[in-house]
Design a protein around this ligand. Structure first.
Ligand code: ZN
Length: 430
């Protein structure tokens, strides 16, 4: 079995891995970069503007034989989850290559396509996979294993071929709402004495303290909602269904109605059979506000599916202290006409790095002008360094290869059996 990490050996974003055995080649994730080689934020619009050959020459698209252009196409793409740094170049891949992914992943891609201008998963290419159910591609036996991450439907993949075994972690964490998922994964993988573990190391690096769990975050958010004098504005990604649960529960405990925007309501509709979230039509403590940026295109189709006409802005403005509403910067202009209710409290549940973007800078000014406050309240979607050391010990691989990290050297310090590869280097799993 051979392993090539085409991108991700020393960067977060743009993950793309190839594993081959005999004639069979598999691709795990086809991500879009998050940063440039200079570590500046990557401008994703270049993907639309430039021709494929130029993107390959610029290193935006990795050079993988037959994946995007000439050459024998790989047998399959295995997608771990729908975050763009794992799926963002899928639409450039050759249409004859099947894409294996969970139904959760295809649902999140559908929602992000309708509401976030992203690409949906081509149903003609989608081969549905289920956690714990092995399948064959060429000489490989592949087992998807559910993992807890800030994106609904995430899996890791266990690959077996040539008498060798490799686990690709995708993105995962131990401090989420579903620690049972990782316990099951350890129970499945630990006893096998796997040959190789390709492991995400987002938080690997000197001196990073362990952060909050998703349950800690629920308590923090609950306290902020309880003490808020006016409207609570909840800013987070709806495809992180566990975060939707966190906000819904915190609002409910604080005695407020959770107001989903159209995107969030559609995600709640899509995952109805797979999550503990209430349906907006059936629960008294949930309402839907059809915000303007989505209204024109999607209100009819989405409202028909969700089965509600929604709450009006007038109702929210009349009694702002009754609600905790899902919010995004565009709503300040389109829906509130730059006049947020007095003393609004904005809870920010994204990565801190986005705060420098102009729309967040402006929103913070408008909240301050309304006499409100802006409070970061987040828990990472990625495993903390301390937990990673413990997890690798439990998975007990013969070799561990870092991916999705700016600090591969940190792996060498923790693990004597770490193998630090270069992007594009072909490595034979011994
Ligand atoms: Zn992710």
């Amino acid at each position: 079995m051979d392993l090539t990490i085409h991108r991700g050996t020393k960067e977060i974003g743009g993950s793309c891995v190839e594993v081959s055995a005999g004639e069979t080649r598999l691709i795990l994730d086809v991500g879009m970069p998050l940063v440039t080689p200079e570590r500046e934020p990557f401008d994703s619009s270049v993907i639309r503007k430039k021709p494929l050959q130029e993107l390959i020459a610029d290193g935006v698209v990795p050079q993988v034989p037959g994946l995007f252009d000439d050459g024998t196409p790989p047998a399959a793409i295995l997608l771990t989850h729908s975050h763009l740094d794992h799926s963002g170049l899928l639409h450039l891949t050759k249409p004859e290559i099947p894409i294996h992914a969970t139904s959760g992943t295809s649902k999140m891609m559908l929602a992000a396509a309708l509401f976030g201008g992203q690409q949906s998963l081509d149903s003609n290419r989608h081969a549905k996979v289920m956690s714990g159910e092995p399948f064959q591609v060429g000489g490989f036996t592949i087992t998807p294993l559910a993992v807890d991450h800030s994106c609904f439907g995430s899996v890791a993949y266990l690959l077996e071929a040539d008498g060798k075994t490799l686990l690709y972690s995708g993105d995962l964490r131990l401090h989420g709402r579903k620690p049972g998922m990782i316990r099951s994964l350890v129970a499945e993988v630990g006893p096998r004495n796997i040959d190789a573990l390709v492991m995400e190391g987002t938080h690997v690096g000197a001196g990073r303290a362990k952060g909050k769990t998703e349950y800690d975050l629920e308590n923090v958010i609950h306290d902020h909602i309880c003490s808020a004098p006016g409207l609570v504005l909840a800013c987070f990604s709806p495809i992180d269904v566990d975060r939707v649960v966190t906000y819904y529960k915190a609002a409910k405990r604080a005695g407020r109605i959770f107001v989903a925007d159209a995107y969030t309501a559609f995600v709640m509709y899509l995952v109805a059979s797979e999550s503990a979230l209430p349906q907006p039509t059936k629960a008294k403590d949930v309402a839907v506000y059809f915000n303007k940026s989505f209204e024109q295109r999607n209100r009819q189709t989405v409202a028909a599916k969700i089965g509600t006409t929604g709450i009006s802005l007038e109702e929210i403005r009349a009694q702002p202290e009754k609600y905790a509403m899902v919010f995004r910067p565009s709503m300040s202009r389109l829906d509130f006409n730059h006049q947020l209710p007095p003393q609004s409290r904005c809870l920010y549940s994204f990565w801190q790095g986005y705060l420098e973007k102009p729309d967040w800078v402006q929103l913070r000014q408008e909240i301050a002008a309304a006499g409100g406050d802006f409070i970061p309240a987040h828990a990472s979607g990625h495993i903390y360094e301390e937990d990673l050391v413990e997890l690798v010990k439990q998975l007990n691989p013969k070799q561990v290869m870092p991916i999705h990290t700016f600090e591969p050297g940190g792996f060498a310090q923790h693990f004597p059996h770490a193998v630090l590869l270069q992007d594009g280097q072909r490595y034979s799993i011994g």
